[in-house]
Design a protein around this ligand. Structure first.
Ligand SMILES: Cc1cc2nc3c(=O)[nH]c(=O)nc-3n(C[C@H](O)[C@H](O)[C@H](O)COP(=O)(O)O)c2cc1C
Length: 338
């Protein structure tokens, strides 16, 4: 079989594709700390990575006494220099509380961690920030507590969720947006780094302006009560292997946000941000979104009409989606990381 020469159009497509990948590559390389920590958010992310690993260890079935000592020392050093440079904040407070939890656990297991405790005392005195309840470490929860709030028929709740493309002409309040975003903050995030931000617009002119960059809202964008831009901050990304992590965290966050509106009896519709770099740059500039934040998706939300139509959007058969206990080739070559 002979291969035909690439058409000019194919070559042009390949170049455009490459330049769009290059745009993503450069922005990830600039914002993330694959080359080392260069700014406050990079350093803050590192504190999250470290205190998360302590909280993670404390939440295992049988934490190993003395676990994570290197990370503990590193967290103390990094928290200290962060506080010296930027002052204490919620992240350093969580770090100090996680260290408290680690010390308490080790003392209960008869491990001598007095040197860490002394360092922590010094840090506490320096930070002079810790107020109120501890906000880090590990906490006890019970199956009963969870069952009490999990009584909803989740399948029915999900089956009643639709992408809504008709809305009642009713204002969406700041309190309604805040409640939905607060719920979305409970979305899992890689190492608890919490990379997402939400830009919310309710002013009619501003909504229109933002929507003018997005084509998927045609025919209904004018009805949405609030337009949301969900971004994920690449400054919290650490490793080359995390080069797509912000899309994952951002997509999950966006889903929870849509479900939060649904749970509040409101409607939402994702508005894809499947755009080329030129449109991305233009919208980012118009709204003032920093280069370090990747726009994950836009979303429209609002109050429901009494009656409205939605697409049936029939789902594929479960068998197309789920492979239950698929056979695994035990002789397949694998990579051993440890
Ligand atoms: C990332 C993403 C982007 C989407 N973008 C749009 C869009 O631009 N306009 C639109 O009307 N719907 C959009 N949708 C909604 C999908 O069309 C919808 O979820 C799908 O057809 C299934 O329907 P359902 O959500 O009502 O179950 C988007 C959905 C996702 C997940």
């Amino acid at each position: 079989m002979t291969r035909s020469a690439p058409k000019l159009a194919d070559t042009r497509t390949a170049l455009t594709l490459a330049s769009n990948f290059w745009y993503d590559f450069r922005r990830f390389a600039r914002a993330s700390f694959v080359y080392g920590r260069r700014n406050q958010e990079n350093q803050r992310a590192m504190i999250h990575i470290l205190f998360h690993s302590i909280e993670h260890g404390l939440s295992l079935p049988e934490p190993r006494p003395g676990f994570g000592r290197e990370k503990v020392d590193s967290l103390i050093r990094k928290t200290e220099s962060y506080i010296a440079e930027f002052g204490p904040d919620r992240s350093t407070e969580s770090a100090l509380s996680a260290l408290d939890g680690w010390i308490a656990f080790n003392r209960s297991a008869d491990v001598d961690v007095d040197d860490v405790a002394r360092n922590l005392d010094r840090l506490n005195a320096e930070s002079a920030f810790r107020q109120g309840e501890a906000s880090g470490g590990a906490e006890e929860v019970t199956a009963e507590e969870i069952a009490r709030v999990s009584t909803q028929d989740f399948e029915a709740f999900m089956a009643a969720r639709h992408s809504v493309r008709q809305y009642a002409p009713r204002l969406v309040t700041a309190a309604e947006i805040e409640a939905a975003v607060r719920a979305a903050q409970q979305t899992p995030t890689v190492c608890n780094r919490q990379t997402c931000r939400v830009y919310a617009f309710t002013d009619p002119d501003e909504k229109e302006k933002v929507l003018s960059y997005q084509s998927g809202n045609r025919g209904f964008g004018h009805e949405v009560g609030v337009v949301l831009i969900i971004t994920s901050n690449m400054e919290h990304m650490n490793l080359i292997g995390e080069r797509y992590q912000h899309w994952i965290d951002g997509g999950m966050f966006a889903m929870t946000l849509a479900l939060a509106f649904h749970a509040a009896g409101m409607g939402a519709c994702m508005l894809n941000w499947s755009v080329t770099k030129d449109i991305d740059m233009a919208m980012r500039k118009c709204v003032g979104i920093p280069d370090s934040e990747a726009v994950i998706t836009l979303m429209g939300a609002g109050h429901l009409k009494e009656h409205f139509r939605v697409p049936v959007s029939q789902r594929k058969p479960l068998g197309d989606i789920l492979s239950l206990n698929p056979p695994i080739d035990m002789n397949a070559p694998g990579v051993t990381l440890e």
